[in-house]
Design a binder for this molecule. Structure first.
Ligand code: NAD
Length: 352
């Protein structure tokens, strides 16, 4: 993206992508095509990893959940996401995760776009999972177990179908209604969908296991005996201090791949391990400087927590779709007096 190129809209206006327009973008382009294109944007940004400013996200924890800010910049464009994680929200009829984000020019500091990111986070998380699995999953994997059938579930299933060629998903959730919802939504997707009564049943015959459950505690979604040799685990639900999904013994048998170690040490499954336990950064595998999967028997674990660069890629992607789709509105966000110093005069003249 060239941040110097203005959109067709007025320069003082900031394009805003509402939830409604995000859904239009997804339905115009197609969910699977977006997931595949997003995967390319994420890979491209992971391949220029060293260019980005990186910091663990800034988290405000409460008893109910967490509110986080996730900033990054490639020197030309700046982005941040506001995101929450409130596992008890679902019971109140609210989303567990909601988000919005901003992309801005570094040279002027002016915002380039504001976007909803609840739908976009589900898309980028799924695309990132698939990008990681492309490096780490057993070759020709065809079956994935999906434990946790909430908001992220169908996006994950479709990304693995599109990017990796997964043909069968085996669903399990402690709430059968969630599994019914996911199975119904995936009907007609081309995936074979098998609803399971237990997590043990769900993982049977699966080469990839995705865990995307939400619980603000150290949960044990997978126990050691459920993970055989050669499996790839895509663990996305453990993403906060005190919130994990895997039994520690699984971690000790796995080769662990992470986004940004300083953040994952705080938030990921590896918070259960000593600080010096070795992990591999995913971008290095993509760049060819570290090994991904190197044997058929190896257990690979993508300990995903979600990192700012993935959101940057997703915002960059949506920004590039604005002209193509026209699905945005202009927001009057930037004060624009004729004389930049005459801010007060502008307010006075608005009296009419
Ligand atoms: P959600 O609340 O919509 O769904 C979570 C599902 O997990 C629910 O259906 C719930 O019944 C189920 N569940 C809870 N405990 C379970 C258990 N023991 N076994 C099986 N199922 C269980 O949440 P969501 O939006 O789908 O997010 C899922 C998790 O992923 C959250 O913890 C969220 O913070 C995390 N997340 C991570 C990333 C990332 O980048 N790594 C991105 C988005 C969300």
């Amino acid at each position: 993206m060239t941040s110097s190129a203005p959109l067709p809209s007025e320069l003082a206006m900031v394009p805003f992508v509402s939830v409604e327009n995000m859904m239009r973008i997804v339905n115009t382009i197609g969910a699977e095509k977006i997931l595949a294109e997003l995967a390319e944007y994420i890979e491209a940004d992971f391949l220029r990893w060293e260019k980005f400013d990186k910091t663990p996200r800034v988290a405000a924890h409460s008893a109910e959940g967490v509110i986080e800010l996730m900033p990054t910049s490639d020197g030309e464009t700046y982005g941040f996401k506001y995101v929450n994680g409130h596992p008890a929200n679902m019971a109140r009829g609210f989303q567990t995760v909601t988000a919005f984000g901003v992309l801005a020019r570094v040279d002027t500091g002016y915002p380039l776009m504001i976007s909803e990111m609840t739908v976009l986070t589900a898309l980028r998380t799924a695309a990132t999972s698939a990008v990681a699995a492309r490096q780490l999953a057993p070759r020709n994997a065809k079956t994935m177990a999906m434990i946790g059938n909430g908001a992220q579930c169908e996006f994950q299933a479709l990304a693995f179908k599109t990017v990796l060629g997964i043909e069968t998903v085996r669903l399990f959730d402690i709430d059968p209604q969630a599994t019914r919802k996911a199975a119904a939504n995936l009907q007609g997707s081309g995936l074979e969908v098998i609803s399971c009564n237990t997590s043990q049943d769900a993982v049977s015959g699966a080469e990839i296991i995705t865990t995307c459950t939400a619980d603000k505690q150290y949960a044990t979604i997978l126990t050691d005996n459920m993970v055989g040799p050669g499996i790839h685990i895509n663990a996305i639900g453990g993403d906060c201090p005190g919130k994990t999904e895997l039994h520690k013994d699984i971690l000790l048998r796995s080769d662990i791949f992470v986004e940004y170690p300083p953040q994952t040490r705080i938030e990921g499954e590896i918070q259960q391990l000593p600080e010096d336990h070795g992990v591999t950064e995913l971008w290095e595998v993509m760049a060819g400087t570290s090994k991904g999967r190197s044997s058929d028997n190896q257990i690979t674990l993508f300990d995903s927590v979600g990192f700012a660069i993935e959101d940057f890629s997703a915002l960059r992607y949506i920004h590039d779709q604005l002209e193509r789709t026209g699905h945005y509105v202009d927001l009057d966000m930037i004060a624009d007096p004729d004389d930049p110093r005459d801010l007060y005069g502008m307010v006075q003249r608005a009296k009419g």
